[in-house]
Design a protein around this ligand. Sequence first.
Ligand code: GTP
Ligand code: MG
Length: 307
Amino acid sequence: MVFSRLRQSLGRTRNRISHALKRLGGDTSSADTLEALEELLYAADVGPLAGELLDEVEKQMKAGYLNGPGEMPVWLRERLLEVVQGPDGPPLPLVEDGPTVVLVVGVNGSGKTTSIAKLIHHLRSEGKSVLVAACDTFRAAAVEQLTVWCERSGVELIRGQPGADPASVAHDAAQAAIARKVDVLLVDTAGRLHTQKNLMAELEKVSRILTRQIEGAPHHTVLVLDGTTGQNAVQQARQFGERVPLSGIFLTKLDGTAKGGATLSIGHELGLPVLFIGLGEGLDDLEVFNPESFLDALLSPREEAEA
Ligand SMILES: Nc1nc2c(ncn2[C@@H]2O[C@H](COP(=O)(O)OP(=O)(O)OP(=O)(O)O)[C@@H](O)[C@H]2O)c(=O)[nH]1
Ligand SMILES: [Mg+2]
């Protein structure tokens, strides 16, 4: 049997919660159901949302609801759908006149450059023209990595000298994007921590320079978060969001983690939608985030063939 891509990719998170999910679906006592729900929410690493949901369920059960067999998984799916945020329409809506600028930010190694490669592929498959700016001038290897991806996808890359001011690369790229009349300018940046004041100021400068060149730019600032960091990802989002206004999240590496539940709490805690998820290292391993499919994949019982 062929399993959906998403279900397969979420395998490790699903393994973690499968036992609890089975218990939830069965005919058990209220105490047992509550315990199973608690196990499921903590195993998936949904964070503070777990406590809120458990309180809610306890109240409902006391009032005589949610006690029938199999009611809990249905309730859980409905309830999570209310908190999980996906894109409201297209994940990166384009502006009508001139290039739409997408600034990509995040901590070291979260998957920014790989995600840019996936975005190039995604946008090109939709017939959009793309230009890329290599504003990670910090490491020579970073520019090389992006060069390879761009050559493979046949898109132009604007790069500076090693160690050049990232804002000057952003400036040149914005000019080139206008001159070439491309639909989208994707801006890759170096990884940084919120505690690195100079690097955070540099990010603000890149953003400012883009605004000066192209009206309304950056139209989207996407924070790339490593899904394997679970609840830490929520902290990072909060800290980056204090420096640059974020449009949404690109959550990577969901294929390799048991902490996929963190996806559920990001919207809840930060009011930010998850726009894309990364399910592998290849160009095709991107999905536009869809809360319904995500929850269906996460909460579907494991079948024998998967064990
Ligand atoms: N399994 C898996 N690996 C991923 C995914 N996205 C990125 N990676 C891997 O994560 C590692 C880091 O990816 P990069 O794209 O270089 O990360 P970065 O944020 O650009 O890193 P810096 O520029 O050094 O900050 C690479 O080995 C990628 O192949 C994903 O969705 N799934
Ligand atoms: Mg990079």
